[in-house]
Design a protein around this ligand. Sequence first.
Ligand SMILES: *Cc1c(COP(=O)(O)O)cnc(C)c1O
Length: 380
Amino acid sequence: MNTIIPFNKPYLSGNEMIYIKEAVLSGKISGDGIFTKRCHQFFEQQLGFQKVLLTTSCTDALEMAALLLNIQPGDEVIMPSYTFVSTPNVFVLRGAHIVFADSTADNPNLDPAQLEALITPRTRAIVPVHYAGIACDMDSIMAIAERYSLFVVEDAAQAIDSFYKGQALGTIGHLAAFSFHETKNIISGEGGMLAINDVRFADRAEIIREKGTNRSSFFRGEVDKYSWVDQGSSFLPSDIIAAFLWAQLENMVDIQTKRKALWQRYFMALTPLVRVGVQLPQVPDYATTNGHMFYLVCRSLDERTALIDHLKAQDINPVFHYLSLHTSPFYAGKHDGRVLPWSDHYTNCLIRLPLYYELSEEQQDRTTQAILAFYQPAII
Ligand SMILES: *Cc1c(COP(=O)(O)O)cnc(C)c1O
């Protein structure tokens, strides 16, 4: 009998339980303990980030970004429609109007060629989402942002260890948000991180994360008591979460090597599908892949549904992904009516294949053979 191949399986890299125990026994299990510091140092000293702050989720990191940018009711924020609900939600919470952009024909990332037409005097920010960890065209986006004095917040939830022209994703926009949700490459159950690339935001980011107090500078001995100095909330994770995350970061090279190899194997095995018009992930010259996700774009919704059924019948569990947010029950009535054909195309036709550290080559071969069989004889 075939084993079931799930879509995702969270991977424990070895020291998670040991570090959690260490954190618990240290007697300091609230935020910003030794493991949080280790995680911060890893990003700042080894990966070249200016300043990072662990958060309880990527959603919270994005919410911090919306607070840092002082987004006000009526402000407009441009982002792709093909994204997770958190990307717009955090700006909607501050009263912003979301202007949804279409994706490109090559991949679900926001199309910079359409950006300028969407900018109005009320536009404040652009939020590119690096879908599947593949970089958006950041030079174009940053140039437009600069021309119109807009902020750029990268939704880098899926983009750890991925690069644009050699520069780490999440270090290019003014701010960036990462996720360590159990479905991502590097995980802590729930968890996230704000990257602060524009140092003007650094002090206030610490304050917003600590309930609007200057508690962080107090602990560094910079002020002799801590007070309520701004608005804020509680965005910092317990050191128990950071302990789990540290075990993962320690093994990031191993985790990433494995995931990237699986991604390449999918790409090689499934390349014949291009002949029948099934689209494989397109990685622009300026981008890299981080093995976050392997997807196919089928020719129609019916074809995708049939392919999913075909694979599920063999205990292989692929899944589709986002539903265009401009047509969502919450936002359809607020959207300006523009049709976003590429966003809808990915909504209907994109399918994600199982990809996780413990996926064996045999299981992967079973998956690719089942997909190739579905398209036979068209591809021989
Ligand atoms: C996972 C994800 C998020 C949300 O991450 P959380 O850590 O669960 O809040 C936001 N945006 C994108 C593109 C994601 O993939």
